[in-house]
Design a protein around this ligand. Sequence first.
Ligand SMILES: [Zn+2]
Length: 334
Amino acid sequence: MKKVYCDNCKNNVEYSIRKNYIEEYKNCKVNVLENIGVCNSCQKDVFVEELENANLLRLYDKYREINNLITRDDIIKLREKYNISQRDLTAILGWGKMTINRYERGALANKSHNDILKIIIADDIKFYEMVDNAFLEKRITKKTYDSLFEQKEKSNDNIYKAIIEKVLTHDASIFNGYRKFDIDRVQTLISYMANKFDGVYKTSINKMLFYIDFISFKELTQSITGLQYIKYTYGPVIEKHYYQNIIYNLQEKYVYEEIETSDSTNTIVKSLNNYDLSIFNTAEQLIIDRVINSLGKLSATKISSLSHEEDAWKYSDMEKFISYEYADKIKVSY
Ligand SMILES: [Zn+2]
């Protein structure tokens, strides 16, 4: 047997194990077994690191069980669910570097950490909200962020939809064309456009959404999707444009493929042809068709440069919302 140092004998000694029960821990009746080393020479207790570590883990596990606290396995399962490292999870939560590592090795989480972990384990949307904040505050990389939003299974559609709705829904105002954001309308519209052209570039779809919404506002005094757009270098884009990825990751009505060319990667969207246009009224359907028929046959670059000619883009501030007031000045012919 391995020897340990005995303070009393002042020597490395062989030891035996005696059993003891810890009755109480932090005002909680735990009644947990602990193994204690006993010097074979003098019969006094000796410190045996392995035994102490195991004792602590047993004690903490029991304490967690009694108080219904997060377990090591709960945290590991959470990381496996999203396929993220201990470091990523710590960064998402904004905690000290080694926190998750310590908890997974058995340390007791403090009350506030425990409560937060419980919430994000139970609620996917809360988890993604924290991911989003972590990205905005630059605690996680774009790569980590994108991988978390990369949808692998159709069964996640409802979670993703809920996230998008939570983030993109605002009260009706001049910035969403006086319509509350409607994800079903967006999905239907994208699926319809993709079907019309047997696949269409994501960049073209984004610009057509802008034109459809603004022209609808001009003619019918209300947008079609309720999306808010901001001015960006490449033209008008959906607000919080990283959420675009989530919209395209929905797999209910369309799928996408990445097409590699020599100088860039384009995303082409293919319709699953299961859209139902009846969620749009006749006047809306006419506008949708007119815009798609006139702009859909132009290249993505051409539509993009047309959008740069619009007052809506020219007179809005960079990275700020584009007011639907500019709808009256739309120059593109449709
Ligand atoms: Zn001894």
